[in-house]
Write a protein that binds this ligand. Structure first.
Ligand SMILES: *Cc1c(COP(=O)(O)O)cnc(C)c1O
Ligand SMILES: [Zn+2]
Length: 431
């Protein structure tokens, strides 16, 4: 497009090719209303030189490179300069837990635990970039629709930036840990009757009519930040890609971000082969899995119902971008039941790691795909755990101390009389 420097970052509409300047505040393509994508100029260094540059920053103890997002700045937002707003975030662990691998039926399973981010989910990786960009466009207020974690993250980063935040949440559908974060970090919390999709529609209208800067995952700058989940795990594996990366999939922002990260990492010589992506949905909210089963012939909308509230989304906003991600990585999309999600979560929790329900979809999906023979037992798998165990305490109580009959991995509390003999009885029963 005329007037845009080819060496600058631009926002581009993949559907029609229209380009906007990096700081254009519009959220959709003005020609076809498609979602926008960020295009960076190729970094000055590529291949081994780029790997060396990124690896050298791992030792930093201060400054922006301490962040597991801004360490990859050339690939995230090269022009951010002095505006960078960082907690810092990222630098999450990549864990091997034999008990979880055994349950999945795989010999080489690693867990990338994004619950270790500052507000307890991967959303912080996108939000540090999104709120940094909001400052660059001089936003006076920021907003998002959320099932909880996006809102919690926005609330925290807006507080850090000193910008007022509005968070629209579906009434009665937000897990306790997340709702309390919204209130505590000081966001205006707007409780809307309806589901997430209702909230997102309303937030979109508010951003168009009232000029608040929208930070939902359709915001392409958030996608740039979320790419670093993949970049960081590749770096942790010394740039030897795994065979598969499994990710819980709701609104498909992460699926899209992972695809873009892998494409760019390959293009810029960070890796030589592409891992395959597996996007895992909950059966009660699986429009993307349905489209995949039909060879992406058409897009579906469903009314979402699942215990995994973070992926309870019926009409995923990043559908098109996610289709590209699955196609480009020879990926798959599948769905697992709530019972499978809760069992996977119980196994992850009991390993001492712990995660919120939606996160366990990746582990449940790994087991299902190994059983179906889509994934070979001896392939290297990285399952992303998206959120922290304390996000949804009610789900834990219901599983361990609610249902009858108790589910397979339930660990109910035991009431005792204040006598040592009672403890002895419990000890004996342990065998
Ligand atoms: C947001 C979120 C998801 C879903 O990610 P999408 O990008 O919407 O597909 C999954 N798990 C947790 C914990 C989340 O917060
Ligand atoms: Zn367009």
């Amino acid at each position: 497009m005329i007037g845009i420097d080819p060496r600058a970052t631009v926002q581009r509409c993949p559907a029609c090719g229209h380009e906007l300047a990096e700081t254009d505040p519009r959220q959709r393509c003005p020609q076809c209303s498609g979602l926008l994508e960020i295009r960076h100029p190729a970094p000055a260094a590529t291949g081994a030189a780029l790997r060396a540059l990124l690896d050298a920053r791992c030792g930093n103890r201060s400054g922006p490179f301490v962040s597991g997002v801004w360490r990859f700045r050339e690939l995230v937002l090269p022009g951010a300069g002095e505006d960078v707003l960082s907690y810092p975030e990222g630098n999450t662990p990549l864990l091997a837990r034999p008990s979880v691998a055994a349950w999945v039926g795989a010999t080489d399973l690693l867990l990338k635990h994004e619950g270790h981010n500052p507000t307890g989910s991967f959303k912080d990786r996108g939000m540090t970039v999104g709120v940094t960009h909001a400052r660059r466009v001089r936003a006076t207020a920021v907003a998002c629709a959320s099932t909880g974690n996006t809102g919690a993250s926005l609330a925290a980063y807006a507080a850090l930036a000193g910008i007022p935040a509005l968070v629209l949440v579906p009434k009665g559908r937000v897990a306790l840990g997340k709702l309390t974060q919204l209130l505590a970090y000081g966001a205006r919390t707007l409780v809307v009757p309806g589901d997430f999709d209702t909230c997102l529609d309303l937030a979109l209208k508010a951003s168009e009519q009232l000029g608040v800067y929208l930070l939902n995952s359709i915001n392409p700058f958030r996608v740039e930040g979320q790419k670093t989940i993949v970049l960081e795990l590749l770096q942790q594996l010394h740039w030897e890609p795994p065979d598969w990366i499994l990710v819980p999939a709701g609104n498909l922002g992460n699926t899209a971000a992972f695809g873009k990260a892998l494409r760019e990492a390959h293009e810029w010589g960070l890796i030589r082969k592409l891992p395959r992506l597996a996007a895992v949905q909950a059966e009660g909210a699986a429009p993307f899995a349905r489209s995949f089963a039909e060879g992406f012939a058409r897009r579906h909308k469903v009314e979402a119902h699942t215990v995994a509230s973070a992926i309870s989304i019926g009409n995923p906003a990043s559908y098109d971008r996610a289709v590209t991600a699955i196609r480009e990585t020879n990926g798959v999309v599948t769905a697992v039941s709530d019972a499978e999600i809760l069992e996977a979560k119980a196994v992850v929790d009991a390993s001492g790691v712990g995660c919120e329900p939606a996160s366990a979809a990746s582990v449940a999906g790994a087991r299902q795909l190994v059983r179906k023979g889509v994934i070979r037992r001896d392939e290297r798998l990285v399952a992303v755990l998206t959120g922290h165990i304390l996000k949804d305490p009610d789900a834990i109580t219901r599983y361990h101390d609610g249902a009858t009959p108790l589910p397979p991995h339930a660990n109910p509390p035991i009431e005792i009389e204040p006598r040592v003999a009672e403890i002895e009885r419990v000890l004996r029963a342990l065998g």
